[in-house]
Design a protein around this ligand. Structure first.
Ligand code: VG1
Ligand code: CO
Length: 544
């Protein structure tokens, strides 16, 4: 066995963002770049000798090459066993499922999620801990600190492992098991949802659905679950073959990037239900016939109807949502008499709440929903949850959401993204808003009066850790909110996210277009942050 210790020098830019380290492929392809980061992960961990590591990714360009490097480094660093998805594939929620089921020490997930893939597009790497969830900040900070000092890494000299053949192989002392990427995950789904009832819905001839996998990782999962197990007609899954460049598309399930699906669901003779997922399968977009469900509403509707679903019929311990997510879920929690937690953006902040049994359902406005079944958000899980509810209630998606609004009022919501803004300009914009923080409370903008303005800080109720500077909130006396935040997942310049929310109890106004209902807040946001002037952009790149 030939283990090489390779001398290296640090890269200054290996700070993990909201969800791991994301860079352009050519950055990752620089000599030692990936190796440095992987060794920094291993150097930050303790006690993994002889233990199991899970490795898989969303199949994007460079996935296979990166996995071969990681396997050889895991062998050289003393792991006992690596479980790797066939073809190098594991969706993010499936990786979480496999880590938990096999009581692995941790996992490495290769994905840049919703960012485009290809030789000049994005790649990413993320470490997940033994609970199956993204490493908490104290771990990602340790990895970053190590990456700034690293001077060597260890790698085994060996031939590549055949990732396409199921079964076991040896890399030095390391056992590499190539596992079915879908089986464990599909089994978990079957244990949570009423597959018989969903099957009846799908084969009854009345109900039609389609799922857009956007040429990303969920294709094989969606085909196995919906077409093979649940009996949906072949062709229900669109773009179901994972491609290294996602067919040139942007695998982000929103109204802008999932335009094929949107055209079908808003076209003539539209199906009853449509869904899309992102590059690594942890996001979802839910559509009814000519109807879009905002992710914030989706979380609230799932929570309100959870008792209809076998896996959740005992009720929910609590609900957690990220700070910028609308407060629709808070209303459901209040009605159910359970706690609602508000966390910073990013799934890593839900892990402790889920582990401690404080929350059962979690959600983010960015098309992310999940529960305590794994420790990642889970796109197809959300689709199944909706289908289970539809099968029981026998109403349309639109009826269910509108009835929800009648009961709870509507939290009108929208997010405006300004992408690829010059980084200095974006920093200046945030600074300018920060400077106004002391003087904004009490200030009037037309009918709106600012009640509070702060930079969101979170104290984890389980371990007491504090995360500061998580987005600037401007709250108004009528409960409306504006939030300003810079993205932590982009790879080009900065992305400004503007989150807008107001509350509308009046049923007669529930049909309004959110952009019209939020028009005043949009103007106020520009007045406070001078967005158009600071970014040099007339309008947002993406509105959801
Ligand atoms: C975005 C979303 C956030 C999500 C993160 C990872 O982060 O806003 O809610 O958790 O992406 O999602 P940011 O920092 O760009 O706003 V993805 O599906 O990695 O997996
Ligand atoms: Co994702």
């Amino acid at each position: 066995m030939n283990i090489r210790t390779v001398a290296t020098t640090p890269f200054a830019d290996q700070k993990p963002g909201t969800s791991g380290l994301r860079k352009k492929v050519p950055v990752f392809q620089q000599p030692h770049y990936l190796e440095n980061f992987v060794q920094s992960i291993f150097d930050s961990l303790e006690g993994y000798q002889g233990e199991t590591l899970v490795v898989g990714g969303d199949g994007r360009y460079y996935n296979r090459q990166a996995i071969q490097i990681i396997l050889k480094m895991a062998a050289a660093n003393g792991f006992g066993r690596v479980l790797v998805g066939q073809g190098g594939i594991l969706s993010t929620p499936a990786a979480s499922c496999v880590i938990r089921k096999n009581q692995a020490f941790g996992g490495i997930v290769l994905s840049a999620s919703h960012n485009p893939g290809g030789p000049n597009e994005d790649f990413g790497i993320k470490y997940n801990i033994s609970n199956g969830g993204p490493a908490p900040e104290k771990v990602t900070e340790a990895i970053f600190a190590r990456s700034k000092k690293i001077d060597q890494y260890r790698i085994l000299e060996a031939a590549d492992v055949d990732l396409d053949q199921l079964g076991s192989a040896k890399l030095g002392d390391l056992t590499v098991e190539v596992i079915d990427a879908v089986a464990d995950y599909a089994g978990l789904m079957e244990s949570l949802f009423d597959f018989d009832r969903i099957h009846q819905l799908l084969v009854g001839g009345q109900f039609r659905m389609c799922i857009d996998s956007m040429h990303a990782v969920t294709g094989p999962y969606a085909r196995a679950i919906f077409e093979q197990r649940l009996g949906a007609p072949t062709g229900t899954v669109l773009n179901g073959i994972p491609l290294e460049d996602f067919g040139g598309g942007h695998p982000d399930p929103n109204l802008v990037y999932a335009h094929d699906l949107v055209q079908i669901l808003f076209g003539s003779n539209a199906p009853d239900f449509g869904a899309a997922s992102d590059g690594d399968g942890d996001r979802n977009m839910i559509l009814g016939s000519k109807f879009f469900v905002t992710p914030s509403d989706s979380l609230a509707v799932l929570a309100a109807n959870a008792k209809l679903v076998p896996g959740y019929k005992a009720g929910l311990a609590g609900i957690a949502r990220s700070m910028p997510t609308s407060q629709a879920a808070d209303r459901v929690a209040a009605k159910l008499g359970i706690d609602c937690y508000e966390t910073p953006t990013g799934w890593k902040f839900f892990g402790n709440l889920l582990d401690a049994g404080k929350a059962t359902l979690c959600g983010e406005e960015s098309f992310g929903t999940g529960s305590d079944h794994v420790r990642e958000k889970d796109g197809l899980w959300a689709v199944l949850f909706w289908l289970n509810i539809l099968a029981v209630r026998q109403e349309s998606v639109k009826q269910i959401v509108q009835e929800h609004w009648q009961q709870y009022g509507r939290n009108v919501y929208s997010r405006h993204d300004y992408e690829a803004v010059d980084s200095d300009r974006a920093a200046t914009l945030i600074k300018q808003v920060n400077n106004q923080m002391p003087t904004l409370p009490g200030k009037k903008f037309g009918a709106y009066e600012v009640e509070y303005c702060d930079d969101f800080s979170y104290t984890d109720p389980v371990d007491g850790s504090i995360s500061k500077n998580q987005g600037i909130r401007v709250g108004f006396t009528d409960g409306s909110r504006i939030v300003f935040r810079l993205s932590g997942t982009g790879t080009q310049g900065a992305t400004l996210r503007l989150y807008l929310e107001s509350y509308e109890p009046n049923v007669a106004k529930h049909g309004l277009d959110p952009q019209d209902a939020l028009a005043d807040l949009i103007t106020i946001a520009d007045e406070i942050a001078q967005i158009r002037e600071s970014t040099g952009m007339d309008r947002p790149t993406v509105i959801t």
